[in-house]
Design a binder for this molecule. Structure first.
Ligand code: GTR
Length: 324
């Protein structure tokens, strides 16, 4: 005897309540367990699963196990992955407007970055991202980045001379290090530790929590406070995934991302201090630079070159600079 599909499902449905199939969302994360971003992403995932009654089941894959950052950006854009926490640094190669966030010293401090990103200007970046297939739901903190190396303290730009620094994948950073007199090599985050150890590179640049959690501090004993980049990070969802989500669940996911960013920023402030203390206790020499303006001046050509190539982005730069 044969059943039609309709007859079978009709009979089953009469016997048991068949739950709707949950959507499994796969999320990319570059950081290890315990890192502020990781804890916040886990809280986001838990919140979404609970508040959608299991209609969406997000899983976070840590330590860039699903690929390095430029690769993961592509995967989220094409729907191969559902969500991620991305730094806007490598994003600039794909969404040119976000390169504004990679201009050295574009933000005066982290508070100003928060004001900018949480307001109307942040929405302009979200719009640019959404044209590229990414829905930015909230903004994480990533502190400010400084140079570190295995050779000597950097006090003036001249101390960068001849040193080879790893940078994130973005032409702007290559120009930035060149202008300071160093040599730049774009490289995946996960390769930096070994490259520092074997002398393939002399240094890199990052915030305290990443310098510490990546163990780069075990090899690079000089951390020089240049604070040259303050780069926000997003929780971004793939547009393909987003479009397949109900309005009710979109609201839940959005709120969970906003709450996760509040948590991340709290944890971040604590972790910055803890990481600094940990690397100092491990013998890292931390120094102020002699004249911060000398670094700003040396990097000024990056601005000029960028604005010449992207005149349409000048208003965005000016609006950020004008934000209190
Ligand atoms: C970290 C950032 C990561 C990644 C990394 C890097 O501060 O949170 O997303 O961009 O830096 O240097 O590659």
């Amino acid at each position: 005897m044969t059943f039609t599909r309709f007859a079978l499902s009709g009979a089953l449905a009469a016997l048991i309540a068949v739950p709707a199939v949950a959507e499994d969302w796969r999320g990319w994360n570059i950081h290890p367990e315990g890192y502020p971003n990781t804890v916040a992403l886990e809280s986001f995932a838990k919140d979404v699963a609970e508040k959608t009654d299991g209609r969406i089941e997000p899983t976070v894959y840590n330590n860039a196990t699903l690929g390095d950052q430029p690769d993961a950006i592509e995967q989220v854009r094409n729907g191969g992955l559902d969500f991620a926490n991305f730094n806007m640094g490598p994003m600039g190669e794909i969404v040119p407007a976000t390169n504004v966030l990679s201009l050295p010293f574009i933000f005066r401090d982290v508070e100003q970055m928060h004001t900018v990103m949480d307001g109307e200007i942040g929405q302009r970046f979200s719009d640019a991202l959404s044209e590229a297939g990414l829905v930015a739901l909230s903004w994480f903190d990533s502190g400010s980045r400084s140079f570190y190396n295995t050779k000597h303290p950097i006090k003036t730009p001249a101390d960068m001379d001849g040193l080879k620094f790893r940078v994130m994948s973005n032409e702007l950073y290559v120009n930035m290090v060149d202008d300071l007199g160093g040599n730049a090599t774009p490289m995946a985050y996960g390769e930096v530790y070994q490259s520092l150890k074997t002398g393939v590179i002399d240094g890199a640049e990052n915030n305290y929590p990443s310098f510490e959690s990546s163990n780069h501090y075990e090899v690079a004993k000089y951390y020089s406070i240049t604070n040259h980049l303050i780069i926000p990070e997003c929780i971004c969802v793939s547009t393909a995934t987003w479009d397949a989500t109900s309005e009710e669940d979109k609201a839940i996911v959005t709120q969970a991302a906003v709450d996760a960013a509040v948590l991340q920023r709290e944890l971040w402030a604590k972790r910055e201090m803890e990481s600094r203390a940990k690397v100092e206790a491990a013998g890292v020499e931390i120094n102020e630079v002699e004249d911060p303006k000398a670094f700003q001046d040396a990097m000024a050509p990056v601005y000029a070159g960028f604005l010449e190539a992207n005149p349409d982005l000048e208003p965005l730069v000016k609006d950020i600079q004008a934000t209190e």
